[in-house]
Design a protein around this ligand. Structure first.
Ligand SMILES: NC(=O)c1ccc[n+]([C@@H]2O[C@H](COP(=O)([O-])OP(=O)(O)OC[C@H]3O[C@@H](n4cnc5c(N)ncnc54)[C@H](O)[C@@H]3O)[C@@H](O)[C@H]2O)c1
Length: 370
């Protein structure tokens, strides 16, 4: 039987455990000690609720806490203040006080939104994450960023609010569509690229098993990814410096997402192509060896992710979108670039002509990535 593995995110008094493994949604014994009091609210979405995941967790803690469940509509389009209002309404109508605990069961959308409500309801209540997508298990549930979208920008309203517990039940990944699994793998590959050469090598061996949904391989990928994210977050909780390396591939990726219309390309798909573009530029700077570039392209491709932007995008479209990236300072585009596999830096220190050359390579040659 595959066992559960755990780690602690060290943030002083706000430190919290992450557990990854099968059957965790039935483990009331792990959840109950983390509740602030005798009330809790599970927040989930229609799809996830339909799969029975929220119900399992609700049953697991029912003997120890009065736990109700609120089901929200699915999708990024509903990650809004208006949807948060439904949660506030429910909390007030059902008389939840400051000692309640909010538990998000679902992907990054419901996790970000529930975290934001937890950060703001009665000036902050306890919050537990039970992520059910790979992306949420390796990325959005860890690190304390919560928030919602504004019509004028993604994630523009938010707060830092750390969870008290992250419960990553790997059984839930068995029902995840392959495309969503691949999108999560983009972030997993990113962690190897920015921080851990050995992990990248392990991913080269384990990629087929991960795609098959092998539980032991998934647990290892989740734990190592969370450890890397936790280390970076512990060093820079509110993203003043080093945390920005976790945006590898994201500046190119955001341009792709925005140009292709949000929702057509999954975020992870755009990050996959973006990481290949960042690697190509790093190679042009001679910061990355030729064989390292080939290994990056090969691994992104094996994960089932695109290795080039959609046909038809122009360098100008990229440059325009990249200039408004959050990392840009004084109009200069800053990028996360590779310094070999396993090391990355946030820099504006590259000749603009090499960025243009990269963009021309990927737009003029369509899917060519060599
Ligand atoms: N807070 C952070 O640090 C952070 C980091 C990265 C991403 N995010 C946010 O995360 C969100 C994306 O998260 P996501 O990719 O999990 O998207 P999502 O929450 O929309 O989930 C993707 C889809 O999978 C479905 N789903 C969820 N679990 C399932 C399961 N086990 N089986 C079958 N279907 C399932 C959902 O209903 C949804 O349709 C974005 O809003 C992004 O901004 C936040």
């Amino acid at each position: 039987m595959t066992s559960i593995r755990s780690l602690t995110v060290s943030l002083g008094e706000r430190s919290y455990p992450i557990h990854a493994g099968p059957g965790l949604l039935d483990r009331g014994d792990l959840v109950v000690p983390q509740l602030a009091g005798s009330r809790a609210l599970i927040v989930t979405t229609e799809t996830v609720s339909g799969l029975g995941y929220a119900h399992r967790l609700q049953n697991a803690i029912a003997g120890d806490a009065a736990c109700d469940c609120l089901v929200l509509p699915d999708g990024e389009a509903h990650k809004t203040l208006a949807t948060c209002m439904k949660v506030y309404d429910h909390l007030l109508q059902q008389r939840h006080d400051r000692h309640t605990t909010l538990i998000a069961v679902g992907g990054g959308v419901v996790g970000d939104m529930t975290g934001f409500v937890a950060a703001t309801y009665q000036r902050g209540v306890r919050f537990i994450q039970a992520p059910t997508t790979l992306l949420a298990q390796v990325d959005s549930s860890v690190g304390g960023k919560t928030g919602v979208n504004h019509p004028l920008g993604k994630n523009m309203i938010g707060a830092f609010h750390q969870p008290a517990l992250v419960l990553a039940d790997t059984d839930t990944l068995q029902s995840l569509p392959q495309r969503e699994l691949a999108a999560g793998l983009a972030e997993v590959i990113k962690y190897g690229l920015v921080r851990d050469r050995d992990f990248f090598r392990w991913l080269e061996h384990a990629m087929d098993a991960l795609i098959r949904g092998d539980t032991a391989a998934l647990i290892n990928a989740i734990l190592v990814s969370c450890r890397i994210k936790a280390d970076v977050v512990a060093a820079d909780e509110t993203e003043q410096g080093v945390r920005a390396i976790l945006n590898l591939g994201h500046t190119f990726g955001h341009a792709i997402e925005a140009e292709s219309g949000y929702g057509n390309w999954l975020h992870g798909e755009a990050v996959g192509a973006g990481m290949v573009m960042a690697a190509w530029l790093s190679r042009a700077l001679d910061w990355l060896a030729e064989d390292e570039l080939s290994r990056i392209v090969a691994l992104v491709r094996r994960a089932g992710l695109p290795t080039a932007p959609p046909p038809g995008m122009t360098p100008e479209q990229f440059l325009e979108r990249m200039a408004v990236d959050k990392k840009a300072r004084g109009g200069r585009i800053r990028l996360v670039l590779q310094q070999g596999i396993g090391a990355a830096t946030v820099t504006a220190d590259f000749p603009p002509r090499l960025l243009r050359q990269t963009l021309e390579h990927f737009t003029a040659h369509g899917a060519r990535t060599d």
